[in-house]
Ligand binder design. Structure first.
Ligand SMILES: [Mn+2]
Length: 309
């Protein structure tokens, strides 16, 4: 088991979201015992507190982007904070906040990997592909665009954050749990060649085969980043998200997904995003997310023998 220290970075904002409330996500995760749970997994944990960025002006979109200046400002703060943790040899955990914040966090990870000559794999656990552009988006909400921005399609202030464009190639990304893709977005996901394990794939192949495929082909020194959108989970498990989509992975399936990631021993950075306590029921979704993150950090029922084949 790795003994890399874990650093929590709170980003209490919903500037990129369609509903207000994800700004309360970091505190709800702390209340659900995230720090103590990670310590229980044998990690040193540093809670760096919350970043402080601009408020949410709640304005209509301009040129297909809603709150672009504020989204850029928050992502710049996150880029700095995540870079600092990676340079210090810590494993950064971004507590969102909505999913637009993954641009800053993954740009910092991409920069770090390039500087250190390490391959990067991004696992995107989500109900949505988040591959919209300002021309395609029905809403202008930037939480629907981070994968497109990271792959070089979006406003310059976001696509250039890593210092090179694109920060990510589509073949570095694996999406799991997808079950809602907008019409134009569908075409772009197809053209870009994104490797997507949607719910139909999971239904047909099962979570075990899905994760074996999504985690295949990593080198021993691959940096594995997990971007965990809580709406990945079925709404029965996690009702506290802004954009619920029925038919997601249930509790046991999600646990298996996390345990199989942990088994790779390569988890090196994490986002936990889109948790919306205003829509939650007695912090249930935060607790479910925190329990899943424990599994991601290696908590298991039994002492397991190394997996066969
Ligand atoms: Mn998302």
């Amino acid at each position: 088991m790795s003994h890399t220290d874990v650093s929590l970075i709170g980003a209490p904002t919903d500037v990129g979201a369609s509903a207000r409330g994800a700004s309360m996500g970091p505190e709800a995760l702390r209340v659900a015992g995230l720090v103590e749970r990670l310590r229980g997994c044998g990690r040193q944990v540093h809670d760096r507190g919350n970043l402080s960025g601009p408020p949410n002006p709640w304005l209509p979109p301009r040129q297909g982007y809603r709150h672009l200046d504020e989204v850029v400002a928050w992502n710049a703060l996150i880029y700095q904070a995540v870079s600092a943790e990676l340079q210090a040899g810590c494993l950064p955990v971004l507590l969102g906040g909505d999913h637009c914040l993954a641009v800053g966090s993954i740009s910092a990870v991409a920069r770090h990997c390039r500087d250190n000559g390490r391959p990067l794999r991004v696992l995107w656990l989500d109900a949505h592909a988040d591959f919209n552009t300002n021309a395609l988006t029905p809403t202008g909400n930037l939480h629907g665009m981070p994968v497109a921005c990271l792959c070089g399609d979006g406003p310059e202030a976001l696509t250039r954050m890593a210092g090179f464009v694109p920060a990510l190639l589509p073949d570095q990304v694996r999406q799991v749990g997808i079950r809602s893709v907008d019409e134009g977005e569908r075409q772009r996901v197809h053209e870009a060649g994104l490797e997507v394990y949607d719910m139909r794939y999971i239904d047909e192949a099962g979570m075990r085969a899905t994760m074996q495929a999504a985690l295949a082909g990593m080198a021993p020194d691959t940096h594995l980043h997990v971007s965990f959108d809580v709406d990945f989970l079925d709404p029965d498990v996690a009702p506290g998200v802004g954009t619920t989509v029925p038919g997601g992975p249930g509790y046991r399936e999600a646990q298996l997904c996390m345990e199989m990631i942990a088994d790779t021993g390569r988890l090196a950075s994490l986002d936990i995003v889109e948790l919306n306590p205003a829509l939650d029921v007695r912090n249930r979704s935060a607790i479910a997310a925190a329990e899943l993150v424990e599994s991601l950090f290696g908590k298991s029922t039994l002492i397991r023998r190394p997996a066969q084949g």
